[in-house]
Write a protein that binds this ligand. Structure first.
Ligand SMILES: [Zn+2]
Length: 167
């Protein structure tokens, strides 16, 4: 039953390949939600921070401790967001140059932008490449959303600052 065995083995490897791709897409969509959630949280914290600063400067509120706490929370959330973005990079098979911060293919020996030697992971399969192509588009969408959220946060801080300055 050699032929039948081969058919079964092939069917299994196809199923496992599909499973892996689905897994990657699922991981990426989870990460996308995490990144969006974290960006939203950071945005809220910046708004809260703006209000606390307003109260302190305009109404003399003694809220240094609260301000400090919110700033610590923002730092923590930003660390979490950085970690999520790192995961997204991994799934997209990219790595960031430690010197110039440009994205490079995960198997690049040198940075395409500045030529810094880069470390290469042990193995990279065809299968992984295909999966990456499939999720690449989704990942780029994620990055855009994160950038938008960051921009919103900056705007929120500017608005708060304008309010405080009475403009
Ligand atoms: Zn570089």
């Amino acid at each position: 039953m050699k032929i039948l065995d081969d058919v079964v083995v092939n069917a299994k490897s196809v199923a496992s390949e599909i499973g892996k791709k689905a897994g990657k897409a699922f991981d990426l969509s989870k990460l996308r939600f995490s990144a969006a959630d974290l960006s939203g949280e950071i945005n809220k914290k910046y708004k809260a921070l703006g209000k606390l600063v307003f109260l302190a400067k305009r109404e003399g509120a003694q809220n240094d401790l609260e301000i400090e706490n919110v700033m610590n929370e923002i730092e923590q959330l930003q660390d979490d967001l950085d970690a999520v973005n790192e995961e997204i990079l991994l799934i997209r098979n990219k790595k960031v140059c430690p010197v110039c911060k440009k994205e490079n293919p995960v198997d690049a020996l040198f940075c395409n932008a500045c030529g810094t030697p880069l470390s290469v992971p042990e193995e990279k399969t065809e299968e992984a490449e295909e999966a990456v192509e499939e999720v690449k588009e989704a990942a780029e969408e994620v990055c855009e959303k994160v950038e938008d959220a960051a921009q919103d946060a900056v705007e929120a801080v500017k608005d708060a600052a304008d309010e405080i300055l009475g403009e």
